[in-house]
Design a protein around this ligand. Sequence first.
Ligand SMILES: [Zn+2]
Length: 131
Amino acid sequence: MAGSFSILPLCMARIYDPCKSTLALRKRKRFLLSQLKVYPDALRASLVERFSRCGKANCRCHHGGPKHGPFYYLTQCLAVGKVNKFLLKSAAQQQSARAAIEHYRQLQEQLEELSQINTELLRREENLGHG
Ligand SMILES: [Zn+2]
């Protein structure tokens, strides 16, 4: 389980290789369109892992001992400075969040590549309306 989560920088797009023939771009576009899948659980958010100190002053966590955790939080940026964040209490909830976030990420990646191909096709004065 450890290490399988990540904080995804959702504002940053991967840059796909535009140095392809128009034919190759169209072929890739057709492939992408055939692969596109919207999973019902798709969810845009990040999973963050936290260790924390508790409220008991005499607890080991206040005296050099290990902190409590890990605790997993779902964080979702809705607007600048507006973040939706809550604790994922159960292992099942954490697993659902991991899968849902990954499904959203996959879809976003596919759409981003499609968008970059369409941008390049537009630059080449190609028709965008078909595969
Ligand atoms: Zn403690």
